[in-house]
Design a binder for this molecule. Sequence first.
Ligand code: 5GP
Length: 129
Amino acid sequence: MASIFTKIIKGEIPCHKVAENDEFLAFLDINPNAWGHTLCIPKKEVDKIFDLDEGTYNGLMQFSRKVALAIEKVVPCNRVGIAVVGLEVPHAHVHLIPINSMSDMDFKNNTARLQEEFAALASELSKKV
Ligand code: 5GP
């Protein structure tokens, strides 16, 4: 069965898109640890990140770096933290999280925001990538 992220890639499930090219997609996490929490995924569906072929893995990291630099420009933060977990969604992805303290990396933190706020942030970020 296709992962929820493949459904997002296909447009079957909506997302607040931040950046996209032929191979990768970045969109805001639906349940952000901190405001600006963004997911970067390869369009190729592979569960575990280290099972990606080397080219796709390196490409994902390059793409994630571009997105992280855009987040730093838009979201006030000390830096952008990076995490790979994959326990919830079995489709390789990089979490980019604007952080000011260690607790911002805590996946038990959730920042509730309105859909309009997500849309405005995604639009602002997309102009900086
Ligand atoms: P992980 O698989 O790394 O444990 O976490 C998956 C992440 O994907 C979580 O941070 C969760 O909030 C996010 N997520 C799960 N389903 C969706 C979805 O349908 N849309 C978006 N934008 N994010 C999702």
